[in-house]
Design a protein around this ligand. Structure first.
Ligand code: PXL
Length: 277
């Protein structure tokens, strides 16, 4: 059985980070080890959230795992809350990254703005972590902060996306995937550049009418699971895009649906169906 480790926070309510990645990767038939970086009552879009940092636990966890000689087929980092956690993520790659791929989702910004608590210096350091990855999957906002470029908003074309992907790979990542890319009205998806094979990959699907928090985490978790079970990058991008779109569709279909996260749970049977296509 394949096994990955994911390092991100536990937002107890919020349907993001570990509470999205863990059930989804597990549902795809992959054992999922966890490095929880912090416990928050909710994600940081809520007012008044509680926060308990777990940084000091992480090195002892890695020490124990090394003694047990655990091996992983993939490492996936998501939202990280401090400079020290970025350093620890690098250490995780050095100590446990020999046998599999490394996926870094630089979850720190959206819609032209950094999330609460982050600044440009953090984005610069995140860019360095991205340089150590096989796959990175920023949105356009995260990419612009890491590349220290002005955020383009909706004002971009395919040439811009391709150029940006090359600049992201120049940070050191082998494959860069931009999420939330729309080159045609009503369509959205992901655009990737594999710098090793000098190949572009794309997948687009119908754009959903509303945007939700946590969909980036869900997308990255799904990509991680799909790559781990041996799907190609094309297949993995397709599965992640379709699953997130279906989760949003199910959310919107529900009366009085919540606004803080999507209904990925009831879309799990659909996800499993995608794996056997
Ligand atoms: O979805 C990204 C994310 C993960 N974890 C926490 C967050 C956010 C985004 O705001 O606040 C704690």
């Amino acid at each position: 059985m394949k096994k990955v480790v994911t390092m991100q926070d536990i937002s107890c309510v919020g349907k993001c980070s570990i509470t999205a990645a863990f059930p989804v990767i597990s549902a795809m038939g992959v054992e999922t080890a966890l490095i929880p970086t912090a416990v928050l009552s909710t994600h940081t879009m809520f007012q008044g959230f509680t926060f308990c940092d777990l940084t000091k636990e992480i090195r002892p966890i890695m020490d124990h795992w090394e003694k047990e000689q655990f091996r992983f087929d993939g490492i996936y980092t998501g939202y990280l809350g401090s400079f020290e956690q970025l350093d620890i993520a690098s250490e995780l790659f050095e100590r446990f990254g020999r046998d599999g791929f490394i996926l870094v989702d630089p979850a720190m910004a959206d819609n032209g703005k950094l999330y609460y608590g982050f600044d440009q210096k953090f984005a610069d350091e995140m860019a360095k972590l991205c340089g150590k990855a096989d796959y990175i999957c920023p949105n356009l906002t995260e990419a612009s902060f890491m590349l220290r470029k002005e955020y383009c908003g909706d004002n971009y074309d395919e040439a811009y996306v391709r150029e940006e992907l090359k600049e992201l790979c120049a940070l050191g990542a082998k494959t860069a995937i931009l999420t939330g890319i729309s080159l045609e009205k009503g369509k959205t998806g992901a655009y990737a550049y594999d710098s090793v094979n000098d190949e572009y990959h794309t997948f687009f699907t119908d754009e959903q009418p509303e945007h939700f928090h946590g969909t980036g985490d869900l997308w990255a978790g799904t990509l991680c699971g799909a790559l781990t079970i041996g799907k190609s990058l094309d297949e993995a991008m397709k599965i992640a895009c379709l699953y997130v779109a279906e989760s949003i569709r199910l959310t919107l279909a529900e009366e009085n649906h919540n606004t803080y996260g999507v209904n990925f749970e009831q879309a799990i049977p659909y996800l499993i169906g995608l794996l056997t296509e």
